[in-house]
Structures are given as C-alpha cells and as structure tokens.
Design a protein around this ligand. Structure first.
Ligand SMILES: *Cc1c(COP(=O)(O)O)cnc(C)c1O
Length: 389
C-alpha cells in the first residue's frame, strides 16, 4: 500500500502517536484496509452483492466506508437497524437476517424501511402473516460444519429436507418467498461446505419455483470467509474459486448475495494496550496490560481467537513472558509463553487482526473501560477520528 496521502496507522511511529493523542487501550481501524478487503472479496466473487454483517464490528466509520464503495448491509438486531438508519443508509441496501425475532423487532425493522427477513421454522414464518403486504422472506437452511470455528448451523437453520415444507407454509399464508440462505460457520476451513450448500439450495430454488411457492430469485450464501491469524489460510481468490464455479451453474435469474463480516474487518484493525505493571513469578515475567479477555481480547473466549501479538519495543534479549489483562480474574490472561524483550510500565503491546468479534463483544468488567476506537484514513490521510459510539 503506497497510495498518496495514505498514512499507515499500523506502523510503530503512528501507533505511538495515536496512543499519545488518544490514550490507551485503543482499537485502531484503518479504513483503507477495509476498502482493500472489500474490493478483494468483490473481485473473488464477481456479480455477488456483498452485505457487510455488522455484528463483528458495528462501527460508524466502517459502515460509512463500505457504503461509499456500494456495499449493502446485513443487520440482525434493532440496535443495528438504528445504527444504519442514523447514518442515512438506504433501507433498500439492507436485509435483516436474525432467524428469531420478536414482533417488536420486525416492526422496528419495517418502520426503518427494511423489508427482507430470514426465517427458519414454522413459528417464525407465521410471525410475518400480519406483514405479508410488505415483508419478504429468505428461508435459512442448515448445513452442519463441525470444522468451522463457530458452527452456526447448530443453532439456526432448518434441515434441507424440511425447507420445502417451510416454503409451502409461507406460500399458504400469502408471504412472499424470495429464496434461501445459509451460513456455513465463521472462519470456514475450506470452501467445500459453501459449495455443498449452494448446490443443495439451487435444487430447492428450482423445486420451489416449479411448485409456484414464490419468486425464489435470491440465494444468500452467508459469510464465513476466512482470514490469517496465527495460522495462514488460502488467499481469498483461491478460496472462492470452487464457490465461483458452483455459482456459475445457477440460472441467470438467480441473484446471489453474501454476508461477509470477519473478512472485511478482521485484518483492518489492531489493538494497542499498555503495560500497567509487571511481576516476576515462577521464573516468568508477567506483564499486566490495560486490555484483556474481558475487553478487546474477548474473541479469545467467544471466537476461539488467537491473535498475533508483539511488543512495539524490539531488540534486546527475549524472555518467556505472560501477557495478562487488567481485571482481578485469573482467567484474564491473553498469552502465556510469549517471547518478549524485558518490558516496563508504559510499553505498548500490539495485537494484529483484531477487527472482528473483539471490541464488539468486550465488556467493562471491573470498570476497566472498553478500548477507545480510532478510525484512520476514512478520507485518505485522515490521521485519526474518535466518535461517540
Ligand atoms: C455473524 C454472521 C455473519 C458474518 O459471518 P462471518 O463469518 O464473520 O463472515 C453473516 N451472516 C449472519 C447471519 C451472521 O450471523
């Protein structure tokens, strides 16, 4: 990346400047990296309309950056609906994909102008009877994926063998059926589940259309696109090659959409924490940071995440060290046995690829505040903006 005006906020000098200016802990979002990720995925999936799933990082700078590129959005809660509404995103660009909703959630979403919803069981389909003049449904089908970091098909989705029954119920109630959706699970280990699910859904779309159960012109292939953490994954173009091939077999009338979350934001943010204090225990140096597993490293608990960690201070002899969070809970340890130079209070630790499912699931346990979010390069060259979130 060597664009004119581009400031790399992930460089040590910029990291130090941002901490001096905005304090610690920080989550630094680089909007230029968001753009790069979006364009890479769009190139790997030509013709697929990308709906950024807000859940991994629901931050206004991310949403504005993606909206400017033509992205659509995937919302799951009334809070997410309100966030995009506040930012002036056209509701036609949004879909609501939580398979389980209260009537109030449906009404809030419709009031904002968003009309596409997801259902995965008869009870949920029936909730749309009063709104059948406006609402349209995608039926979520489950394809189990025990290898994924998070197997979303365990909790949601109806088995492929029940999907047509559900489609018939929607038709009987006069609810418009737009098609089918799935989510194979986040950080998918390979693209084969996507391919299997696309092929099965192609069959369902054809059968439902033959039976005149609705327009059936949409296939939503969900998210799950993987990124590098400590372990590397195939680059996205290669990962998506079999998916592209499977999509090419669909009839031309089928519109394909996807709901990427992690892939867009994961590599586009870093976490910066400061050493608060240290102690030598059992021959190891323990460093206590102002951010931990109750904060920006919550992904270690909820997302099985292992983030590349480094000390900004380089050089010198390295010692096996422990990085711990600030709370008084012993579970709050980020990493054991990391090789680090000898640190002192005030030194900085950087976690890479921490944009997805980290800050979003952080708490303020023990009154340690969540990291301040700084967005950089929303306009190329912008050196840092903090806003009310
Ligand atoms: C979480 C979620 C996503 C995003 O998934 P990633 O694996 O982060 O790409 C997309 N769609 C739905 C319905 C989700 O729940």
């Amino acid at each position: 990346m060597s664009k004119a005006g581009f400031i790399d906020p992930f460089e040590p000098r910029e990291i130090r400047r941002l901490v001096a200016r905005y304090g610690s802990p920080l989550l630094v979002i680089d909007c230029e990296r968001i753009r790069v990720q979006y364009r890479r995925l769009q190139k790997a999936l030509p013709g697929v309309q990308l709906h950024y799933a807000l859940k991994p990082l629901p931050h206004p700078a991310v949403i504005r950056t993606l909206a400017a590129l033509g992205s659509s959005f995937d919302l799951a809660t009334t809070g997410e609906v309100r966030l995009v509404s506040r930012l002036g995103i056209e509701p036609q660009r949004c879909i609501h994909t939580h398979p389980i909703k209260r009537d109030q959630d449906i009404r809030n979403t419709l009031a904002a102008g968003v009309t596409t919803f997801v259902a995965d069981n008869p009870d949920e389909v029936r909730k749309f009877r009063p709104y059948r003049d406006r609402a349209e449904l995608l039926l979520r089908v489950s394809f189990r994926s025990p290898g994924a970091v998070s197997d979303l098909s365990r909790k949601f989705g109806c088995g492929p063998e029940r999907a047509l029954e559900l489609a018939r119920l929607a038709a009987k109630l006069g609810i418009s059926l737009r098609g089918f959706s799935f989510h194979v699970g986040s950080q998918a280990p390979d693209p084969l589940k996507h391919v299997e699910a696309i092929e099965a859904c192609a069959g369902l779309l054809a059968e439902a259309r033959r039976a005149k159960l609705g327009r059936c012109d949409t296939l939503d292939i969900g998210g799950g696109f993987p990124i590098d953490y400590l372990q590397r994954v195939p680059d996205i173009k290669r990962f998506c090659a079999p998916i592209r091939q499977a999509l090419a077999q669909l009839p031309a009338r089928v519109r394909v959409i996807a709901e990427p979350g992690r892939y867009i934001v994961g590599p586009a943010a870093i976490s910066v924490a400061t050493v608060m204090g240290r102690a030598e225990r059992g021959g190891l140096w323990w460093y206590y940071l102002d951010d931990g597993v109750y904060g920006s490293y919550s992904g270690q608990m909820y997302d099985h995440g292992h983030y590349p960690l480094e000390s900004l201070k380089q050089g010198g002899e390295r010692h096996a060290s422990v990085l711990a969070g600030p709370t008084c809970d012993s579970i709050d340890v980020i990493a054991e046995n990391v090789l680090l130079p000898k640190l002192k209070p005030g030194d900085l630790i950087v976690g890479r690829s921490t944009g997805a499912y980290t800050w979003a699931s952080a708490s303020e346990f023990n009154f340690f505040p969540k990291a301040t979010v700084v967005s950089v390069n929303e306009v190329l060259g912008d050196r840092g903006t903090v806003e009310e979130v």
